[in-house]
Design a protein around this ligand. Structure first.
Ligand SMILES: Nc1ncnc2c1ncn2[C@@H]1O[C@H](COP(=O)(O)OP(=O)(O)OP(=O)(O)O)[C@@H](O)[C@H]1O
Ligand SMILES: [Mg+2]
Length: 413
């Protein structure tokens, strides 16, 4: 699909329109630059056949408002959206580091630990959306992109809903909505979708990253694959790649349960279980050694077992996808969870701590233990008063025991 530069310039007069970044099934993505803010952006335009449909435009407006309110370091920020003259545009942060798909397809491939660590970053972004009641519906490596800083961000939230409405995987023109390889059984069957639907997509993605193949074989038309997702059990991960640790494989397979009730119910619980499985299979603090930034995801980071690592409160160094390597585990301090409030893509030479307005929170295990009286001085005073009252009661009781018999004698006489 090509794009109309003049049309884009007229609809977005504040932007210089650059080159096409790529095109997917549901639109074209073009680079741009906000002239006054000097901000590089990616502009996603829905195909005109879709944006001609008033129902699609209505959903686009409704979803864009929700997406623009999502503020999380692992979710691509949406800066602007336009629905005008039959054109639907989404303006978002430009993520120049490539997709998780391109990283996995690169020569070096991914180690098991790196694949799990990157999935945790995705889980963090998805869980922020789940907390707000937003589903992604099209989780796949193509929708996970790296910022210049090396931080992995989830893109295309809710686009599947905009295009297909609430509960179908088939569009009016008969195309499969979303990507058949990652579609959850309840999406195929028109059932109720929930955060567990995104967990299925995330588990499929991790399965593929670990095994190099999908949980269901692709040897027929898309409809046959959808049928398998809905009615068959996925091939056990360990049957395909025996080197993947049992603990990790177990979490992935539970994420792929056909019945959504049998899966992890949120991306956060899936992420925490996965991080914990990594700790059991490899070693506490394994995630730190991977140098994959996992931001604003305390429960996931804690489950990676940082308590056994040396206690220093610094952020993990930023990595660029191209710089990811297999190899030895360096001796490293535990990571702090860092959340960046900036919308600007970070300079690739910056560490996360140098990103403007970064908030740093130290994992609980890395915090110094504080004596109770220092934490709450009033509690110390309360204890002294209670002790004084107890002593006074005891003294009064002793006096009463000694004096009362004498008083009784006086009374009787
Ligand atoms: N924010 C972004 N910054 C930089 N490149 C992007 C951004 N968003 C998307 N792209 C690139 O644009 C191309 C098209 O993305 P698009 O989302 O349209 O397709 P897709 O994800 O590959 O497939 P689908 O249409 O099924 O979602 C991809 O190569 C993607 O990497
Ligand atoms: Mg996409």
């Amino acid at each position: 699909m090509s794009f109309d530069r003049e049309l884009l310039s007229s609809v977005l007069p504040a932007y210089d329109i650059g080159d096409e970044l790529g095109a997917g099934g549901w639109g074209v993505v073009v680079a741009g630059q906000h002239r006054q803010l000097d901000r590089r952006v990616a502009i996603k335009q829905l195909p005109s056949e879709l944006s001609a449909d008033p129902a699609v435009r209505r959903r686009f407006t409704a979803e864009a408002r929700v997406l623009a309110s999502l503020d999380h370091p692992h979710v691509v920020p949406v800066y602007d959206f336009v629905e005008r003259d039959g054109v639907c545009l989404l303006v978002m942060e430009l993520l120049p580091g490539g997709t998780l798909r391109s990283l996995a397809a690169g020569g070096a491939g991914l180690t098991d630990r790196k694949a799990v660590a990157l999935s945790l970053a995705c889980a963090s972004g998805l869980s922020a959306a789940h907390r707000r009641g937003i589903l992604h519906r099209d989780v796949k490596p193509e929708n996970m992109l790296f910022a210049a800083s090396g931080v992995l961000k989830v893109t295309d939230f809710g686009i599947a809903k905009v295009i297909g409405g609430a509960d179908t995987v088939m569009t009016r023109i008969g195309d499969v909505l979303g990507t058949p390889a990652y579609i959850a059984p309840e999406q195929v069957l028109g059932g109720e979708l929930s955060a567990a639907t995104d967990v299925y997509g995330l588990a499929t993605m991790l399965y593929e990253l670990l095994a190099g193949v999908f949980p269901f074989s692709h040897d027929g038309p898309a409809v046959a694959l959808l049928f398998k997702h809905a009615h068959e059990a996925p091939k056990p991960l360990r049957d395909v790649v025996p080197h993947v640790p049992d603990e990790v494989a177990e979490v992935v397979m539970r994420g792929l349960a056909t019945d959504p009730a049998q899966r992890f119910q949120t991306a956060e619980s899936f992420g925490a279980a996965l991080a914990q499985a990594g700790t059991e299979a490899w070693h506490p603090g394994w995630l730190w050694a991977e140098k994959v930034p996992i931001l604003d995801a305390e429960s996931i980071v804690n489950a990676a077992g940082y308590s056994a690592a040396p206690r220093r409160s610094v952020a993990p160094p930023t990595i660029l996808p191209g710089a990811m390597t297999r190899g030895a585990i360096p001796e490293s301090p535990p990571p702090a969870t860092v959340s960046s409030e900036t919308d600007e893509p970070a300079d690739s030479t910056q560490t996360l701590l140098s990103v403007p307005k970064a908030r740093v929170s130290i994992p609980p295990q890395a915090q110094v233990s504080i004596p109770p009286q220092v934490r709450d001085p009033a509690a110390g005073r309360r204890r002294i008063v209670v002790a004084a009252v107890v002593v006074a009661v005891i003294v009064i009781a002793i006096i009463a025991i000694l004096v009362l018999p004498g008083l009784f004698k006086v009374y009787h006489s």
